[in-house]
Ligand binder design. Sequence first.
Ligand SMILES: C[S@@+](CC[C@H](N)C(=O)[O-])C[C@H]1O[C@@H](n2cnc3c(N)ncnc32)[C@H](O)[C@@H]1O
Length: 285
Amino acid sequence: MLSYRHGFHAGNFIDVHKHITLMLLLESLKKKDTPFCYIDTHAGAANYDLRSDFAQKNREYETGIGRLWGLNKLPSWIAAYLDAVKTVNPDLQKDQNGPRYYPGSPVIARRMLRSQDRMILMELHNTEAPILKEYFKDDPQVSVHHRDGFEGLGGMVPPLEKRGLVLVDPAYEVKGEFDRVVEVLTDAWNKWPAGVYAVWYPVQKKQPVPRFHYDLRNSGMKKIYLHEFSVIPDAAPNRLSGTGMVIINPPWKFDKQIKAVLHWLVPVLDRGSHLPARCEWLVPE
Ligand SMILES: C[S@@+](CC[C@H](N)C(=O)[O-])C[C@H]1O[C@@H](n2cnc3c(N)ncnc32)[C@H](O)[C@@H]1O
């Protein structure tokens, strides 16, 4: 039984980090005309209403998208991301109180597909999956599966296009999910070593994160780049203090690009940690 609902967290600092990264990776796939496939193993529920009871409970979006909304003179990548959020808020673009709606990863990705590209979404939650299906029901470039994304991925790679990106964005609410991520990724990579894989994980000082990095290093997979940052200064060692992603097969110069993005972004999202982002190859090129 899944209890996590992304509506509580939509638009928080984690979503900002994850969705900017997602956009960078998709943009780089668009440099070639040949089609690509985007696969989202834990897709969530399309758009989120930030005035819903869920979002209003902790108002996490205020220290995420809320910190960027209304800023001017933005670096191009932050501006592109804000444009994506603005397209689901057509009447509120100049509202200084922040956006009403926040787009999830499928909505952000869909906006970036060209006519030759397609995407496959998986979502297990009995409430979220039908919302996602309804949202994309008339879209021939999108297929939505109400199923376990960990189980589904292995049968979907390599996609026909032989080019593309897999986003793995679990809630880490189930014990053993870090191990499951490594296992499923390794299996997918063995079937499709040329795919780009982006995996989100919660940053915390204690296990299981150092173990997760260790397991990835020893998985046999190559070209794994890690970037993470902390914003919550007083988090207990076993509680989330920041946000991290590992990218397998990042595009050329992604390391330089993400360092520049985080150099700008981390101080904007920081809540007193004053820590620089950690950016490094877990397994080098
Ligand atoms: C962090 S949220 C996803 C957010 C979304 N990727 C985004 O960026 O907008 C994680 C989602 O995974 C779903 N989920 C949990 N376990 C799953 C599984 N085994 N397979 C597919 N979806 C799962 C949850 O219901 C939740 O909607």
